[in-house]
Design a protein around this ligand. Structure first.
Ligand SMILES: Nc1ncnc2c1ncn2[C@@H]1O[C@H](COP(=O)(O)OP(=O)(O)O)[C@@H](O)[C@H]1O
Ligand SMILES: [Mg+2]
Length: 411
């Protein structure tokens, strides 16, 4: 990888480090910690090598999850006061510290660096007029000083704003990991993450970083989880059982799949702002007088997720990868994220993509647990920042240039 600057926190040659990546995504289900050994690649132009040494997932305690969802405006417009937001940021910081400490201690691993995403409570990729000026912004909370103090290691945090300041959407940031760790010399690879939101990265065979395409396709677990919560009082559709029992309402899927976000060309990113409570309400209105039961609603939400991923693949990835119609199995789609545990979703996705000549695999087959991938990706981003190396992929975020991401908290 080309070295763009030498004014990183530790100028000099990149070195091998144990980095804990900490991810807490839009599902607000909890925190994933992946401790990775990251070392520079060997040879000119080589990208870093990442090995996941340990991974653990921690669910947010119920009250903490409720506070996160309230702050992120999951039920309605943000209802948390400024003191509540400030307290929540510190409470999350102490929770992250505990999660990282447990993971490292239990595995007997010494850490050199922590790189944490924080919890997004607001993300607005598109400019809106505010106080007379167009404003875009993003806000992740979780006080890094508490992590640095508890672990006594430096912490990289707030990895999204630098990309946004450079004109990007601040998302997706996982493509750098996809490119470094999962690209293949002779196979097209599409890396799909099924978190609250579904996002994909298309890496053509043997491509350079400039040829990486990545964007958010739309909702994944977020929509299904919201319906499971309101219809069954459960946080998610375990193994896709409810969706498997239900009947998909094709008309509802068609109507929603026609929405502007899905057809818009990348770069694009989305979150709870687009597919949160308001979208769920709109969807509920479409079920009126159709006699749909709870399982049918879950099945339809699952089918919409699958449909929008497959549409996104056909519209934007297929042409990008240069794949010709009957070329069987020329592309591998590798799924990560909690949604990969939803068997119904995976079954429908596999069968629909099969007709397009795409074979579906999960990231677990590559030695990385599905839940660990994004945390490992943030570990890599922190490692890059520590060495003064850029972590965004401008082709994916729309940024005007490659930038060093994040803020550093020293201990
Ligand atoms: N066994 C399972 N069956 C079905 N869905 C699951 C299962 N395990 C996790 N999930 C889904 O994955 C989501 C969490 O995925 P995750 O990758 O952590 O997303 P995020 O990055 O948005 O937090 C859960 O909210 C749930 O919808
Ligand atoms: Mg999660």
């Amino acid at each position: 990888m080309k070295r763009l600057t030498n004014f990183g926190p530790v100028p000099g040659t990149p070195r091998a480090m144990n980095v804990a990546g900490v991810m807490s995504g839009t599902s607000a289900d909890g925190v994933d910690v992946a401790v990775c050994r990251i070392r520079p690649g060997r040879g000119a132009g080589a990208t870093p090598v990442v090995k996941v040494l340990e991974h653990r997932g921690f669910r947010y305690p119920k009250k903490l999850r409720e506070a996160v969802l309230a702050a992120a405006g999951a039920q309605q417009a943000n209802s948390s006061s400024v003191p509540e937001l400030a307290r929540l940021g510190w409470r999350l910081g102490s929770f992250y510290a505990e999660c990282v400490e447990k993971t490292a201690t239990d595995a007997g691993l010494k850490l050199d660096l922590v790189s944490m995403h924080g919890q997004t409570i607001y993300h607005q990729a598109m400019a809106e007029k505010y106080l007379g000026e167009p404003v875009r912004c993003t806000w992740q909370i979780g006080e890094p000083s508490l992590v640095a103090e508890r672990l006594r290691v430096p912490v990289v945090s707030d990895l999204r704003p630098a990309d946004m300041a450079a004109g990007g959407q601040g998302a997706p940031l996982v493509p750098m990991f996809d490119y470094c760790v999962l690209r293949h010399a002779t196979r097209n690879r599409v890396l799909l993450n099924l978190g609250g939101i579904a996002n994909l990265t298309a890496v053509p065979a043997g491509a350079s970083l400039a040829k990486v395409l990545a964007f958010d396709t739309g909702p994944a677990s977020m929509l299904i989880d919201q319906f499971m919560q309101s219809l069954y009082g459960k946080p998610y559709d375990r193994n896709g059982a409810a969706a498997a029992r239900g009947q998909v309402l094709g008309e509802v899927v068609d109507q929603l799949a026609a929405k502007a976000y899905f057809a818009a060309a990348p770069p694009k990113s989305c979150g709870r702002e687009e597919f949160g409570a308001a979208f769920t309400q709109e969807m509920i209105a479409l079920f009126k007088d159709k006699g749909a039961g709870p399982d049918d609603i879950i099945a339809t939400a699952t089918a919409l997720t699958v449909r929008t991923i497959v549409d996104a693949y056909a519209r934007y990835c297929w042409p990008h990868l240069g794949q010709m119609a009957p070329l069987a199995k020329a592309t591998e789609l590798i799924v990560a994220g909690g949604g990969s545990r939803n068997r119904t979703l995976m079954k429908w996705l596999t069968s629909q993509l099969d007709t397009l000549g795409v074979s579906v695999r999960t990231i677990d087959e590559f030695g990385i647990a599905s839940e660990a991938k994004e945390a490992a990706a943030f570990a890599l981003l922190g490692w890059l920042s520590w060495h003064g190396l850029p972590g965004n992929v401008p082709a994916a975020t729309g940024a005007g240039r490659s930038v060093i991401l994040g803020r550093l908290t020293l201990c």
